[in-house]
Design a protein around this ligand. Sequence first.
Ligand code: UDP
Ligand code: MG
Length: 320
Amino acid sequence: MVSYLSIVIPIYNEEANITNLWARLSKVLKENWPGQEKTWEVVFTDDGSRDRSLDMLLAIAAEEPRVTVVEFNRNYGQHSAIFGAFAVVRGEVVVTMDADLQNPPEEIPKLVAKIEEGFDVVGGWRQGRTHNDSFFRTMPSKIVNAVTRRTTGVRLHDYGCMLRAYRREVVDAMLLCKERSSFIPALANSFAKRIAEVPVGHAERAAGDSKYGLWKLINLQFDLLTSFSLLPLQMLSVLGVIISLLGIGFGVFLMAYRFLHPEGSVGGVFTLFAVLFFFVGAQFLAFGLLGEYIGRIYQEVRDRPRYVVKKHHRSEPGKS
Ligand code: UDP
Ligand code: MG
């Protein structure tokens, strides 16, 4: 039996969801882990919200000593927000979830039960996703999932689902990782021996808009690709070799063609253009990829903090 459970929720402009979220979440927690003693805690990170989110969270924390609020000084992104909460969680099992009620809090006991079976990480696998999210939100996720499967080597169905449970040791190991561009589900899997997935429900965002635009998603994808493998860099050289071989072959072909049909060799100019464009494109792709790695190296070298906490709002120990 898990004796101390921590729930981690990143919050960015979620004023429309917080009341509902807390009502459903606290009901689940109080029913499944009853008693006033320390059996569970909830850590909200306010990721620089500009609406009333922070005030609402503080109001909840004022009433419920088992709630902690980590206040960031500005917006650092979902994954940094989760790290900010990881740094203060005290539970032996840690569950992350989104605030927008896309992840039903009612599924938490299911994840915890799976951890109790001996798994280190348990991921939610969203069911019926296509109906609830727009095509433009699910399609990039499908690509993210496919690439993550390839690059990390762990075959999960759904990397994007943030309703996940981790054992304390895995969270501690993640906290040791100082790199900035980390994608938590993939990072966790690199520290876990036994990984499981359980099907979870998936609802439409209850209120407000998705905080992920196309650009944030593209960025996340590059983070994933570059922080978990050198494969793209290695592919570049392989691709280079293949392209040069093709180029040589094509040259030989053109020469032979000229000898065999001396009268018909003028049209080749256009073919050359086509080939040139292809090579130029391939080079830009290669440079771009190199740039992605170098940019990230630059950020690591600067070694700035991943986030800055303005204040930890938590009740005094002993009071709870
Ligand atoms: N979030 C955050 N900081 C950000 C963006 C998002 O803390 O910069 C939180 C957000 O409040 C929510 C969760 O991360 O609790 C997931 O965000 P969202 O629902 O917008 O993402 P989607 O469901 O579209 O992937
Ligand atoms: Mg969402």
